[in-house]
Each structure stands twice: as structure tokens, then as C-alpha cells.
Design a protein around this ligand. Sequence first.
Ligand code: MG
Length: 385
Amino acid sequence: MTSVALVGSTGSVGTQALDVMGSDPDRFQVVAIGAHRSLDLLAAQASAWRPRQVAIADAGLAPRLRRLVPPGVEVLAGPEALAAIATEADVVLNAVVGFAGLPVTLAALGAGRRLALANKESLIAAGPLVQDRRATPGAEIVPVDSEHCAVHQCLRAAGPDAVSRVVLTASGGPFRGWGPDELESVTVEQALAHPTWSMGPKITVDSSTLMNKGLEVIEARELFGVAYDRIEVVIHPQSVVHSMVELVDGATLAQLSLPDMRLPIGYALSYPQRLRSPFGVIDWSRLGRLDFEAPDSRAFPCLALAYAAGRAGGSTPAWLNAANEVAVDSFLSGRIRWADIAAVIEETLAASDGAPLRRVDDVLEADRRARERAGDEIDRRAVVV
Ligand code: MG
């Protein structure tokens, strides 16, 4: 039996993870769950799964949560609570959204746990510190991000020395094929209508700008140690080939499956075994075609911004991530236009000093300064209603 701490249990990945674990209840034991503030769902999950611990980051909600959970379930509350439940289980699934997931990543790896990582932002913003913690005996990252999960699977067939290129696939999002002029007036609703994947709002907007793929380029670099020149992005609208690894002899390995996050979630929870039953399989007689094309870097400048930030290193990826989070929030709340997201990030990055990240405080400081700078840029651009 694998004990699992599920942090970010009420979001898209979190709820799907419970679905996965429910499909094989003899194999997984949920020992802890946690969320920021989705009180009712968290309490319902606690009643259904009876974990030992339930954590809520918003301390103000703790009294109500204590009344709602079954007797004997320990409730932890406050800003440290999510990291506190990430140290005892065999596998910690970090499904927190955004930079807020950093303490969970650091705590799980620091405790020598296997980290099923859905929170790419922590790896991007704090790469050097995460690498440090990753050296803890027993610590290991198994990616949940579908592309990196695909690469992880391919690498099991060929060691890292045999890799010549990592090719990350991207669906292209809802605006694939749109030109810069058409992109001037896209709405929140349009950006949230992803053609192939069902995900939370932040990552769905990131997919529409291709920033998600940009962040994934940095994530691939951090996870697999492949140089940026050897990480390529290709648009693949069907989202069936989840990524590829090209080997030194010219062979390319790919992982194919339906676009369903429960496969990579199950992979990361079951590793090094496999889930025993699938959530759907490919029907080859109906699949039809698989298309591939180069991304349009003029219409989607976020991809190049991410490559540049990754190559700059130091605190620059943390600035990129923070500026993106702030810009996406402001887009979702109607303050800026979709096309402003890339512009805000570019302006923010211009102020980044790329200072080295030695301690957690350095990351927090980079994140804070980038948010402040991005906020100023957003105020300058904000749509007046
Ligand atoms: Mg992905």
C-alpha cells in the first residue's frame, strides 16, 4: 500500500487524483489532504477518505473545518499547514496552483519523499533550491505534467546519455492559427475554452498564450538536465502524442494516450509500477490523423520570453513566473487584455537583475519584486471601465 499526501486536493489535479486512487483502493491510502480555502469540498473529501490529517492554508476557516471533519481527523491550519502535511507519506502529490506550491515542494523533497509534481511553478521559480533538496536521500521527483511524464516514461527506455533532443508537444490552445490582429480582442471566455484538456483557469490561460509551454521548457531543463538548445516545442493539436525524446542514433521515442490527466497522475502515484486499469485507451480505427507544426512565435511571444528567462537563469525564471501569475490574474479579472499578458511580462523582465538564488528568501524577494513591478505595469495598462 502506498500512502499519499495530496496537497491541493480541491483543484482540477487534486480531484482527479482522488478519482485515480478510488479506482484502486487496495493500492493507495490517502493519509493527508490539504487546500487553500475550498472549505466545503475539502470537508467532503475528508469525510469520504478519512485521512489522518487535513490542512487548510486559510487559518480563518479552521474552526468551521474542525466542525465539519469526522472525529479523529487532525486539522492543521495556517500558511505552513500545507507544507506540514507533505513530509510523512510515501508519495506527496503537489497539486497546488502557482508559486504558492513552493513550500510543499521543498518540504517533500527535504523529507526525502517521492514528489509527484503537478506544481511546475515551484520548480521554475526556485530551480537551484529544488535541485538542492532533490539530493536528499530518498527524494525523487516524478512529473505529473503530461509532457514531462511522457519524457520520464521515454527516458526509462534510454538513459540520459543517449538523449539528443527533447520535443515537447503543445496543443496550441484555443487560439492556434490566430494572427496578432485577431488576438487583440479575445475574451476571458474564449481563453478558457481549451480544445483538448480540461484544466484549472490559470493553466488554461497559460495554454492560450503558450506561456504554459514556455514554463514547461524550463521545467524540462530542471527535471532532465537537458540544455535549452536541445529542448524543442512542436504544436500537436490532437494532444495524443504527449512528448518525445530523440536519441543520439536518430530514433524517436514518444508516449501516446488520450488527453486525460488521470494517466500521468496515476503514473506518478504508482511509479515505478503502472496503474492497473486505464482511463480510456486509443481507438486507432477512429484516431484519424496526428498533425505537427511549428509554433507561431510572433503571435505567441510568451514562448520566447520563457526560453530567454530560462537561459538567463538565476532569479529570472522566478520573475517570469511571478509576472505571469499577476498578469494572468489581471486578465481573468478583466483589468488587462489578453495581448497585454506578454507585454506585462516582457516589461517586468526588463527590470530583473537575474541575481543568484541561494536561499528561499532570495526566491521570495525575487517573487515579491517581480509582482510589484508587474503590478505597476498593469496599472499603466489597465482597462478603464
Ligand atoms: Mg503540461
